[in-house]
Design a protein around this ligand. Structure first.
Ligand SMILES: [Zn+2]
Length: 292
């Protein structure tokens, strides 16, 4: 059985961007006969809030999405410890005490504004009394992977980001690590997510391999809804929540139609059922698979 996942972070209520992402996940799941798991990515305790965590399954259910399982990263601490031990035993981790300021002063940054870590703390023993992060020794090799929508990529994560963190200086597991463990444990064979995460793929492939994954999942990165300014739709830019839009009088079908119209899968605004919305995404974005 093939499994995929929808994995929002509970840092706000779900908005239209999430709705589109869920439509892409379910559209792909239908085509590839995959079952969909819901994973609430609350690994960042400073940003996740209980009211948002509780709202995610409720909101998705209102739209009619059905999930094979629901999980929370915050309930998986023991599992993350177990996989960190595997990396330790393979000598793939080392502590890094660099402050954020020092990281940006002493290392180059990539096009996404991320530090390309030079390995300073691997070469220089750290001060044991300081807080430290754990870094993964990224292998220096080119990874070739094929996105189901975007085609072939060749990337060397050593050049993209260098040795990256799996645990931060305040002892929180990082997004990259938690996702690789979760995808492995939940037997996720198809990853469908927004294009903003495409650059994480090569590093997740090498980390997953070190964790013991035999073959990487299939990847599909979909376009994102953008603000008129071209910026990604997010809570920070005061995107209205789906809840607020429903309270203001829009129906579930109105919202599904609006999102599909904004994603150009229907030519003009019209209410859609969930199945119609999923089909419009398939027809517009997945026609290459439909013909087969
Ligand atoms: Zn360091």
């Amino acid at each position: 059985m093939l499994f995929t996942r929808f994995a929002p972070s509970p840092t706000g209520y779900l908005h239209r961007g999430h709705l589109l992402s869920a439509l892409f996940v379910f559209a792909a799941a239908d085509l590839f006969s995959a079952k969909v798991r819901l994973r609430i990515e609350d690994h960042d305790k400073s940003r996740a809030r209980k009211e948002y965590i509780d709202s995610i399954p409720e909101d998705l259910e209102r739209f009619g999405f059905k999930f094979e399982s629901v999980s929370l990263q915050s309930k998986r601490q023991a599992l993350y410890e177990k996989y960190a031990e595997i990396l330790f035993s393979k000598q793939k981790l080392y502590p890094c005490s660099c402050s954020r300021k020092k990281l940006f002063e002493e290392n180059p940054v990539n096009a996404d504004g991320e530090v390309i870590y030079s390995g300073h703390c691997l070469k220089n023993p750290i001060d044991k009394n300081s807080d430290f992060a754990l870094r993964f020794k990224t292998p220096d090799k080119t990874i070739t992977w094929e996105d189901l929508l975007l085609g072939k990529f060749e990337e060397n994560p050593k050049n993209q980001c260098g040795d990256f963190t799996i645990k931060d200086r305040i002892s929180q597991w990082t997004y990259q690590f938690a996702v690789c463990v979760d995808d492995l444990e939940e037997n996720i064979g198809l990853v469908v997510r927004g294009e903003d995460l495409r650059n994480s793929t090569a590093r997740q492939i090498v980390l997953s391999e070190a964790l013991g994954r035999k073959t990487p999942p299939l990847y599909l990165h979909h376009p994102l809804l953008t603000e008129k300014s071209g910026e990604k739709l997010s809570k920070r830019q005061h995107s209205k929540s789906l809840r607020a839009e429903l309270e203001q009088g829009l129906s579930i079908e109105d919202l599904l139609g609006l999102v599909c119209c904004e994603a150009h899968s229907i030519p003009k605004k019209a209410p859609l059922t969930l199945n119609e919305a999923i089909y419009s995404i398939q027809k517009t974005y997945f026609s290459c698979f439909l013909k087969k």
